[in-house]
Design a protein around this ligand. Structure first.
Ligand code: FES
Length: 205
């Protein structure tokens, strides 16, 4: 297994500030990606152990994530901390959210394959670049974007060096996480517009 088959890029770090939870997917699984008040990021199965509500609809308080439905809250380890309907109960150890391997490298958040054992190493590092945007493209054709040996697509758009990491989507398309070299705002806007056209053309094809 290569590093890039163990790790899948799920978001730009910039798009997950403290106290935010968002839904992503990797390895065909729904994942709740969240960041605590102190800045620790985590990737969990997007399903509350109580009655299955999506944890990505929940809310972050301090270093814990709480479910929106009945308010059960879970510690960073995934263990249940508190059940509001039974405030005097210490939740059993068995109530626990499955956790995915997570790494933050090169301005990207990477989720590891939960069934692949220990990671073979850290995710690939795209280098010191600036995050531009993530772009979901619901077209299988774009999955053929030629990638380098390290798993990144690299090219020049509007005379700006662009690097993209792609993550397969359940609908057969991909989510592109795009970074650029430092460049003027106007040039980065042009890159963003070019990507919009790429999405439009790929989805119309
Ligand atoms: S479904 Fe999450 S607390 Fe009930």
């Amino acid at each position: 297994m290569t590093m890039s088959s163990f790790w899948q890029p799920v978001a730009l770090s910039r798009d997950l500030p403290p106290l935010v939870v968002m839904p992503v997917s990797a390895f065909g699984r729904d994942i709740a990606l969240w960041r605590s008040a102190q800045g620790r990021a985590a990737a969990w199965a997007d399903r509350c152990p109580h009655r299955g509500m999506r944890l990505s609809h929940g809310f972050v308080r301090g270093e814990a994530l709480s479910c929106i439905y009945h308010g059960w809250s879970y510690a960073e380890s995934g263990a249940c901390l508190r059940i509001p309907a039974h405030p005097d109960l210490t939740p059993p150890e068995a109530i626990r959210v499955p956790i995915f391997p997570l790494a933050e490298v090169g301005g990207l958040l990477w989720v590891g394959d939960p069934e692949a054992g220990e990671p073979p190493g850290p995710p690939p590092d795209p280098g010191a670049l600036e995050p531009l945007r993530s772009l979901a493209v619901s077209a299988a054709g774009i999955a053929g974007l030629a990638q380098g040996l390290d798993g990144f697509w690299r090219g020049r758009i509007a005379d700006v060096a662009v690097t993209a990491a792609s993550n397969p989507r359940p609908d057969g398309g991909v989510t592109l996480h795009v970074l650029t070299e430092p460049a003027p705002v106007a040039a980065r806007v042009q890159v963003s517009r070019w990507l919009e056209r790429l999405r439009h053309e790929a989805e119309a094809a």
